[in-house]
Design a binder for this molecule. Structure first.
Ligand code: GAF
Length: 382
């Protein structure tokens, strides 16, 4: 059964009627531009054909009931309000609770709802299962109550839920691409203005995602440390965010800057430049240039930002070798495990898949999981 069917079936089993409407929101893969979003910089993600599906009906009171198909039909119940309590015993429920609380905080006219949720974004893989869940919950309320909430506002509300309710200090990339993705395109997002330029993916280009099966450890604490280091560097240069300096200024002003903080800043400054160049290379179908930029991005994440782990470095090397000069590969997402992304000519998919499946094993012995994904549209009904 696909997630849509599972959401429907779970809805019927829990509430005894057919849902009134269905919504979905996708996960994402980031092609390049890592940790640049909270530095007001550039990212180049695309929404993928894995996502969260919700079957829903409105209620005429202020009760919300959510049944999770992926958690054995576990049910969460709470009332709308400005201070919805956290669930300490069911972390999944807090994404929905946070989203609903932030919709209420926007002053939107919502009532309660019955929802059934099912998804197929692999969890803990760095493909934004949680952003897709938050955005899907927001989309469900938007559709049920015809809320005045455009896709950017939907994304900002979901980010606020994650920052203030769930307690993860993430940037805007994951929620924005989940809300605004375009089929067949990546989006070059300016995370300061929130302008998002669609960049068409050439039809003969494959987007390959490979799960390393390295369990992501320390993500929260290391993520917050990186944020603080970037903020310290911006203060050192007297700018609002690292987006505001280029490599020349980074080098000219580095006296007195802690060496580690300097390398963190160098990753952000060079990654911003690479991301914009990669959008140009992608639009022009220049796979060789794209491959070099992806390789440099991975090296920068490994050596300057220090968010890769040896097994993922090895996976990326195998991918790079198998892909060759026409295309490239890098780790994708927040880091410390998770997935690599490869961009390659479609005709090379079988050979690259075979090379990765025979050449890579996770530290625990697991074989990699390989998906070729379709760049998909953002959240919506249906
Ligand atoms: C995580 C965060 F949620 C994003 O905001 C982004 O910072 C990403 O890590 C790294 O690029 O997915």
């Amino acid at each position: 059964m696909n997630p849509r069917e599972r959401a429907d079936e779970t809805f019927r089993a829990a509430f005894g009627v057919e849902p009134m409407l269905r919504v979905h929101a996708p996960g994402r893969v980031n092609l390049i531009g890592e940790h640049t979003d909270y530095n007001d910089g550039f990212v180049l993600p695309c929404a993928i054909d894995f996502g969260t599906r919700i079957a829903a009906r409105p209620r005429d009171d202020d009760q919300v009931q959510i049944v999770a198909a992926d958690y054995d039909g576990a049910i969460d119940r709470f009332r709308l309000g400005p201070a919805i309590p956290h669930r300490e015993d069911a972390a999944w429920a807090n994404y929905a609770r946070g989203m609903v609380q932030m919709l209420v905080a926007r002053g939107l006219p919502l009532r309660g709802a019955d929802l059934a949720v099912a998804g197929d974004v692999p969890q803990g893989a760095g493909l934004s299962s949680s952003a897709s869940f938050e955005v899907a919950v927001g989309q469900a309320f938007k559709s049920l109550y015809a809320l005045d909430l455009d896709p950017t506002a939907l994304a900002l509300t979901a980010q606020r839920a994650e920052n203030e309710f769930v307690g993860c200090n993430c940037g805007i990339m994951d929620q924005l691409i989940s809300a605004r993705g375009e089929a067949g395109h990546a989006l070059l997002i300016d995370c300061r203005s929130l302008d998002a330029r669609p960049v068409p993916l050439p039809p003969d280009l494959a987007v390959m995602i490979v799960h390393s099966h390295v369990k992501r450890g320390l993500v929260g604490s290391e993520y917050n440390t990186r944020r603080r280091q970037c903020e310290a560097a911006a203060r050192h240069y007297g700018v609002a965010a690292l987006r505001d300096i280029d490599l020349a200024r980074l080098e000219a002003g580095k006296a007195g800057l802690d060496e580690v903080v300097y390398r963190r800043a160098r990753h952000i400054v060079t990654e911003n430049a690479r991301t914009q160049a990669a959008a140009t290379a992608l639009a022009g179908g220049d796979l060789a240039a794209l491959g070099l930029l992806m390789g440099a991005s991975h090296a920068s994440m490994r050596d300057d930002f220090e968010i890769t782990v040896p097994a993922v470095d090895r996976l990326v090397e195998i991918l790079q070798q198998a892909i060759g000069p026409q295309g490239g590969a890098r780790m994708t997402g927040g880091g410390f495990g998770g997935c690599a992304v490869g961009l390659l000519p479609r005709e090379r998919v079988a050979a690259v898949r075979a090379a990765v499946e025979s050449g890579y094993r996770a530290p625990g012995g697991e074989a990699p999981t390989v998906w070729v994904c379709r760049a998909s549209a953002g959240a919506g009904e249906g």
